[in-house]
Design a protein around this ligand. Structure first.
Ligand code: SF4
Length: 287
């Protein structure tokens, strides 16, 4: 695995994770399902044995946001606000408003979405399988201690009534060779890594997940975003907290608070692409 430092967003340093030549050649021409299995195998191999990744994970800091507190445990009320609202907000303010008021503005069904969710679940199963089969390799720098799928964590944010629900695709606790513990928060989607970096969506949500999981386990976290698109280069990003409060994340949460109080959708706020939006059929601002 080749690791390249990219930039800093929302108080986390972003690293690109590239496969080695062997994996690249092995994945050429594979069908979607086989590609996903091969991606999981490569990632697990890299996480367990990459010297550079081991050093980076050692540097992971706490992720404390004083305005955010841990909720009432793993199981909480399902009527709470989903952390996914931050994805909508990063793309369009009107879209975030519709998601917050989803009892009035129900999203349309998107046919590809079910297939995409299934592919994500298949990837997480492959990841789990690879961890259980590769964890005992003699040369491993890290060892997997725990693997959880789709666990729900609840956060409380100052002035927001109700919980913010965080539900990462997978949560792993790793023990590094030097005895340090690290939590890896994994999120999977088909969105290309370049699109994630340019629109900055998914990243604030992942930072929120990391903060929830830090508050739950008390172990320094790192985030992993994996794109299931074979065209994505690189296929994965690692997010490492720098220990500082992200003011941008707080201002996004403040904006969510304001959107809750509004009765009408606000202006989108920036140039947007509406064609894939799930609220296209209801939105007065669609282009
Ligand atoms: S249709 Fe366009 S303007 Fe309306 S919510 Fe969706 S992305 Fe925003």
């Amino acid at each position: 695995m080749y690791v390249k430092k990219l930039d800093e967003f929302y108080g986390v340093t972003v690293y690109a994770l590239y496969p080695n030549q062997f994996m690249l050649e092995g994945s050429r021409g594979l069908g979607r399902q086989s590609y996903v299995s091969s991606l999981a195998k490569w990632l697990v191999m890299g996480i367990l044995s990459s010297q550079s990744l081991f050093k980076i994970l050692t540097l992971s800091r706490l992720l404390l946001l004083p305005e955010i507190k841990y909720g009432s445990g793993l199981k909480g009320p399902t009527s709470s606000l989903s952390a996914r609202t931050l994805d909508d907000l990063a793309l369009c303010r009107a879209r975030a408003f519709y998601t917050i008021h989803k009892e009035v503005f129900s999203p349309r069904e998107v046919l590809d979405m079910e297939e995409s969710k299934k592919l994500g679940k298949d990837f997480v199963s492959s990841l789990k399988h690879e961890f259980s089969t590769q964890s005992n390799l003699n040369k491993a720098l890290n060892t997997i201690m725990l693997f959880r799928e789709e666990e729900r964590y609840q956060l409380l944010y100052e002035g927001l009534s109700g919980y913010i629900t965080c539900k990462p695709d997978a949560t792993l606790i790793l023990m590094l060779r030097n005895g340090l513990l690290r939590v890896l928060v994994v999120e999977v989607a088909e969105t290309d890594v370049i699109a994630v970096l340019s629109s900055k969506h998914i990243i604030p949500r992942l930072v929120l997940y990391m903060s929830a999981i830090y508050l739950h386990y008390g172990i320094p976290p790192a985030g992993l975003y994996v794109s299931l698109s074979p065209a994505s280069e690189p296929p994965a990003l690692l997010f490492l907290p720098r220990g500082r409060v992200s003011k941008r994340l707080i201002s996004m949460l403040e904006e969510v608070k304001n959107l809750i109080k509004l009765e009408r959708p606000p202006l989108p706020g920036k140039k947007i692409t509406c064609s894939h939006c799930v609220y296209l059929h209801k939105c007065q601002y669609r282009e």
